[in-house]
Design a protein around this ligand. Structure first.
Ligand code: ZN
Length: 310
């Protein structure tokens, strides 16, 4: 069994409009844009990262905004909800803020004994805030959102699956422990994690399969401390029969990817080197950063990207 996974690293989704996406995650949710770069496989598309001050693992929501992309269709075989952690009692503030800003799909309920506020991102993204009494992470504070209500990072994510058994077995192999069950949903928790520690697995055998598009999660990344641990995890997964990519340099972390039995694309990402690798912490996310191989084409790439301020 793997013992080196520390919870989530980042969640990467798709959007249809970069400026709208940027406005929602920075202004409405008050996250910090910690990096503004391009999709390393397609430099005509931004890759935007939103998180805490440093872009700590377990806080970073990232987006590929493909201009005018069609909306995804929710279903099974995908991450069905991305959950952010807020302090106990904070949901009243958020409910009022979302209502005042016209956020869609605001719905309050309880999940595994915690208050949850579900809401939709600009492309129908399935998001939620979940109250936690004991989240010690320091939040980024901006946009009039004070420390007593600000987002701490991810709480976790929910997977919507046609058949949950093989994915549950994989999570167990990755070090997650089965906790409570509530209806169709089983909670898994990673011991010793970074705060983004829960995965809820919903078994929905009658639901139809998702079609990816704007508002869908593209992949979900789990954190390991460093490249050495990543290689150990890669070997353990391959020894178990998973087809894992070679290690890929993403400039701010090292990544490996593999498709899981339930259909979700998993990534294992390192906590090193981090987002201050190529700009000062005080100015993270302000300038467009390009991987070295695209630097010679900066003028053309910049001319192709829409303004985030629009
Ligand atoms: Zn990723």
């Amino acid at each position: 069994m793997i013992k080196d996974i520390k919870g989530l690293h980042h969640v990467t989704s798709m959007a249809s409009n970069a400026a709208q996406n940027n406005r929602f995650f920075t202004n409405t949710l008050g996250l910090r844009r910690v990096k503004q770069t391009v999709n390393f496989d397609d430099p005509s598309v931004y890759h935007l990262y939103y998180g805490d001050e440093n872009g700590s693992a377990g806080t970073v929501m990232t987006y590929f905004p493909f201009p005018h992309m069609m909306l995804g269709r929710p279903g099974v075989g995908e991450v069905g909800e991305t959950q952010f952690s807020v302090p106990k009692g904070a949901l009243t503030f958020w409910q009022d803020r979302f209502a005042a800003q016209g956020v869609d799909g605001i719905e309050a309920d309880m999940v595994f004994g915690a208050n949850r506020l579900r809401f939709r991102g600009p492309d129908g993204d399935a998001l939620a805030l979940v109250e936690a009494a004991d989240d010690a992470r320091t939040p980024w504070t901006a946009q009039g959102i004070s420390e007593d209500v600000a987002i701490r990072g991810f709480a976790g994510a929910r997977f919507n699956l046609h058949d949950a058994a093989a994915t549950e077995e994989l999570l167990g192999f990755m070090g997650y422990q089965r906790a409570e069950k509530q209806g169709d949903v089983t909670r898994f928790i990673i011991p010793g994690g970074n705060g983004a520690d829960t995965i809820d697995v919903a078994a929905l055998p009658k639901a139809s399969f998702a079609r990816q598009g704007a508002g869908s999660v593209h992949h979900i990344a789990f954190a390991v401390d460093n490249r050495e641990k990543q290689l150990e995890v890669r070997k353990a997964l391959m020894d178990t029969g998973y087809q894992v990519t070679p290690v890929i340099d993403r400039d701010y972390f090292w990544a490996i990817y593999f498709r899981t039995p339930g259909g979700i694309l998993f990534e294992i990402a390192t906590n090193e080197p981090g987002f201050n690798r190529d700009e000062d912490t005080a100015h993270l996310g302000e300038a467009l950063k390009l991987p070295g191989r695209y630097e010679p084409f900066r003028d053309r790439i910049e001319a192709n990207l829409e303004s985030l301020a629009a």
